[in-house]
Each structure stands twice: as structure tokens, then as C-alpha cells.
Ligand binder design. Structure first.
Ligand code: UDP
Length: 195
């Protein structure tokens, strides 16, 4: 992966096909791989948020989910290819999970939203497995239990939709405890799949 920097924030110069290929390969790895989908706002936020910046630096795939990043890359001649949105990549990953019969866990959204998203995803991709879901409104003390539930579900991928930068920090903070193959920050992606 060719990794460039925009204002000190690493971004991978991948197009959608490459992003999908990397994500698919992550399912075959032994330990957790992390995918983030920053837009211009997140790059700006990372200027003043050391934990967010550290989180992005530690990620395995960072796709340019913002046309502003592509414009900045053109001006600075950094070599980003095209905008790759988190929602689109999530769709490609779900399709891959359907083909390979992988299992997913969705964490995020208001009560009922992750469940509805799972129902819609199941209808569209009948061969993937719904390992579990949970709303994204919980207290700090509940986190250990949530991670335990995710791990016990044996999900291959955890989609985390807590909004940015909360989801990036949450994944970063708990990356050593998570036993899924992939954790991906999806922002409002859970709401979109819920329709
Ligand atoms: N969200 C959540 N827990 C929180 C805060 C937000 O689950 O503590 C969810 C919210 O319900 C929505 C998603 O995170 O589904 C994205 O929120 P927002 O639109 O604020 O973030 P963005 O899409 O800009 O990253």
C-alpha cells in the first residue's frame, strides 16, 4: 500500500478495487486489522487530537473518504487516486462476506438501528452470518462486556459506528482485546444500512 500524508495524517493511495483487495486479505490474517475511512474533517480534527492521530497511524488501511482529500492531494501532488467512501467499501466487504460466508457484528447507532441494519443486510446478502449487533449508546463500564460478547460471537469483522472520532479511538483503545479479524469504523454506515 502506498501511504501518503495530508497534513501529517496518513492516508492510503488506493482506489476501490485495491481497498477491497486489501480488506479481503485481512480476513486471512491471524490478528486484528483496522480500517478507517477519514474525511477532511477528521484530518483537521487530528491536528489537535494526538490520540486520534496515533489511532490513524496505527491503522492497517486508511481510505480517503472525502473529496476534499482528493483535491488537497492534487494540489500537493501526493498521489491519491480517487475518493473511496466507507459506505461503498462496507458494501463491498459485505458482498465478500456473503461469498465467503463470513460473519459480521455491528456495534453502533441508536437502539434498534443496528438490528434493522442487520435485517436489511441479511435480506441482501443471505449467505453471510450475523454474529451479533448492539446499539452504540453505552457506558464506559459496559465496554469489557461488549468486547467479550463480540469475541464470543466469533464474528470475522466488527463494524463500529459510533461516529468519528469516537469510533476510531474506541477501536484503537481496545484493539488488543478484540479477536475479530477486522475492526472498521463506519460512522453513519449503520444508519444507512438501516434505511
Ligand atoms: N453514535 C453511537 N454512539 C454514540 C454517538 C453516535 O452509536 O455515542 C452513532 C449515531 O447514532 C450514528 C453514528 O454514530 O449512527 C454516526 O454519528 P454521526 O453522524 O455523529 O457521525 P459521523 O457519521 O459524522 O461520523
Amino acid at each position: 500500500i502506498k501511504r501518503i500524508e495530508i497534513m501529517g495524517v496518513p492516508i492510503d493511495a488506493v482506489d476501490m478495487t485495491e481497498a477491497e483487495a486489501h480488506a479481503s486479505a485481512f480476513f486471512e490474517q491471524e490478528s486484528l486489522r483496522v480500517i478507517y475511512t477519514p474525511n477532511t474533517e477528521i484530518v483537521m480534527a487530528a491536528q489537535q487530537d494526538k490520540i486520534l492521530l496515533d489511532a490513524i497511524k496505527a491503522a492497517d488501511l486508511v481510505i480517503p473518504d472525502g473529496i476534499g482529500l482528493i483535491y488537497a492531494s492534487r494540489i500537493l501532488k501526493k498521489g491519491l487516486k480517487e475518493r473511496v467512501t466507507g459506505v461503498d467499501l462496507m458494501g463491498r466487504i459485505l458482498s465478500y462476506c456473503n461469498q465467503q460466508e463470513k460473519s459480521i457484528y455491528i456495534l453502533g447507532g441508536k437502539p434498534g438501528v443496528a438490528q434493522q441494519a442487520c435485517a436489511n443486510i441479511r435480506a441482501r446478502f443471505p449467505h453471510l452470518k450475523i454474529a451479533g449487533f448492539r446499539n452504540g449508546y453505552f457506558q464506559e463500564y459496559e465496554t469489557d462486556q461488549i468486547i467479550k460478547e463480540v469475541n464470543q460471537s466469533c464474528a470475522d469483522i466488527l463494524f463500529v459506528g459510533l461516529g468519528a472520532p469516537k469510533q476510531e479511538k474506541w477501536i484503537y483503545q481496545h484493539r488488543k482485546a478484540l479477536e475479530t479479524k477486522i475492526a472498521m469504523g463506519v460512522g453513519g454506515g449503520v444508519d444507512i444500512w438501516a434505511g
